[in-house]
Design a protein around this ligand. Structure first.
Ligand SMILES: Nc1ncnc2c1ncn2[C@@H]1O[C@H](COP(=O)(O)OP(=O)(O)OP(=O)(O)O)[C@@H](O)[C@H]1O
Ligand SMILES: [Mg+2]
Length: 458
């Protein structure tokens, strides 16, 4: 008997991570875009959610490119949560790029370069292309080989004779060595449905035809089974690809970087893409759009903690918003009247006035005890923590007194404490104990004041 050993199932079946915003599933609005108090993991903050709902609607209709939306409010009031909800509402087809204001500071790349790249990653280009293809189920394949020109003992494919069948017709074609090689490499034989590009000769194996003998037998194999194609064997077919402007930039830059030196020393690995390449891509995309071959889907660039951007970056964003191919830009900040980075000037939100003037502002308010309690309840479900009602009450009080974030942190710590005591449910004692062990911001400040003289200052 073959020695096959069965392994016990491993404890971890799925790698699961619980991030700060995993409980957010959407904005929680009804069809009239009114916020339902508790829905999709969202609690309260109705006005901001409704405003975000309108933004989502406009983005989906493609009406809101090149606009700037500012999310402003105190720390822990759900600005990032709302941006996450917006991305969930937009779905997978709309590009949504999230970055932090601090990401523009790199020693290797220019700030503006990082911003341009982020902006271009947010613009989707749906390209439609009509191509002539031979498509059909292979009913005969005959590969002719010939001796290798330098090594007569080795045989190489010279040509291939193929018969392709659709529901309507059957056609035989003959092709040269490159197609023959692809047929061998892809393991194509009778029963497979294939596509051959009439111009480039690229062969694609689509799967096994359901009506072929191989397709009908239930074999242990992973090949996809598809119905046999209809229509003529040689036909014009529409192909749709969705790329971003940044993908196109990279493709173009790679094509250009191949030169004489790249043959000797490998491709020139440049960290930045030339402006020229970007201009060529824009030109090409515009031509495609004009001729109806491509459609633009502006997405969203969300810059969290954007008070960390400096004047240079702000002015760059301001200018970028006026060009043609730009996404919607969402900036979040928790600053009040603050210094604009890179200057000595104070300004509301730490943003330049002209940028604020070009934007619409959504504000978030601190939560009341009831909302904090509800958010904590949702978080405890998300983190799979069992909590008794008194513990929840106590946590909500802590949250209202200090901050929602602090209460969310305490929740996980209290659960850890209960686990250490072999308890399944978190009780009020666990919350009280971790609240004593850890300090919130005001308690920490109090401590610093008390021991000011004893602490090191440099
Ligand atoms: N309305 C809400 N409904 C559900 N969860 C929320 C809500 N508001 C905030 N949260 C959750 O509370 C925590 C803190 O909120 P968030 O990180 O969004 O605050 P913020 O406004 O971005 O703060 P900061 O200014 O510090 O970045 C997160 O885990 C978030 O998912
Ligand atoms: Mg945030």
């Amino acid at each position: 008997m073959a020695s096959i050993r069965e392994l016990p199932p491993s404890g971890i079946s799925r790698f699961e991570r619980i991030g700060a915003h995993t409980h957010i599933k959407g904005l929680g609005l009804d069809e009239k875009l009114r916020a339902i108090k508790i829905q999709d993991g969202m609690v309260g903050q109705e006005k901001a959610r409704e405003a975000a709902g309108l933004v989502v609607r406009m983005i989906k209709e493609g009406k809101l490119s090149g606009k700037c939306i500012i999310l402003a409010g105190p720390p822990g009031t759900g600005k990032t949560a709302i941006a996450v909800a917006v991305s969930r509402e937009l779905g997978e087809n709309v590009p949504f790029i999230q970055m932090s204001g601090s990401e523009i500071y790199s020693s290797e790349r220019k700030k503006t370069e990082i911003l341009i790249e982020a902006i271009r990653k947010c613009i989707g280009v749906e390209i439609h292309e009509m191509r002539k293809v031979y498509e059909g189920e292979v009913t005969r394949v005959d590969i002719k080989t010939a001796p290798h020109p330098y090594n007569p003992y080795q045989k190489v494919p010279e040509s291939v004779h193929l018969t392709l069948k659709t529901k309507e017709e059957e056609k035989s074609i003959e092709a040269g060595p490159s197609i023959a090689q692809q047929i061998i490499a892809e393991g194509i034989s009778e029963g497979h449905v294939i596509q051959i590009d009439a111009e480039t000769g690229r062969v694609v194996n689509l799967g096994l035809s359901l009506e072929s003998t191989k397709g009908k037998t239930y074999d242990v194999d992973t090949t996809r089974k598809i119905p046999p194609p209809t229509g003529k064997v040689l036909k014009e077919k529409e192909f749709v690809y969705t790329l971003t402007l940044n993908d196109l930039d990279e493709l173009n830059a790679r094509q250009r970087s191949g030169g004489f030196f790249s043959l000797l020393f490998g491709g020139s690995e440049s960290k930045e893409i030339d402006t020229e390449v970007r201009m060529a891509v824009d030109q090409q995309v515009k031509e495609w759009v004009d001729s109806g071959k491509a459609f633009i889907h502006p997405g969203v660039l969300f810059i969290d903690d954007s008070h960390l951007l400096d004047l240079e970056a702000f002015s760059f964003l301001g200018r970028a918003m006026e060009s043609e191919l730009v996404p919607i830009i969402i900036l979040a900040t928790n600053r009040g009247v603050a210094r604009i980075r890179g200057t000595d000037v104070k300004s509301p939100l730490g943003f330049p006035i002209d940028l604020i003037d070009r934007s619409v502002i959504i504000t978030t308010q601190p939560y009341d005890v009831e909302s904090v309690k509800e958010i904590l309840r949702i978080r405890s479900e998300e983190e799979k923590i069992e909590l008794d009602s008194k513990a929840l009450e106590r946590l909500a009080e802590v949250g209202a007194k200090s901050s929602l974030r602090y209460a969310v942190q305490l929740l996980s710590l209290a659960a850890q404490n209960a686990k250490a005591l072999n308890k399944k449910k978190v009780a009020i004692e666990d919350v009280q104990r971790v609240d004593e062990l850890f300090k919130d911001i005001s308690e920490a400040a109090e401590y610093l004041r008390k021991y000011e003289e004893k602490l090191m200052i440099h």
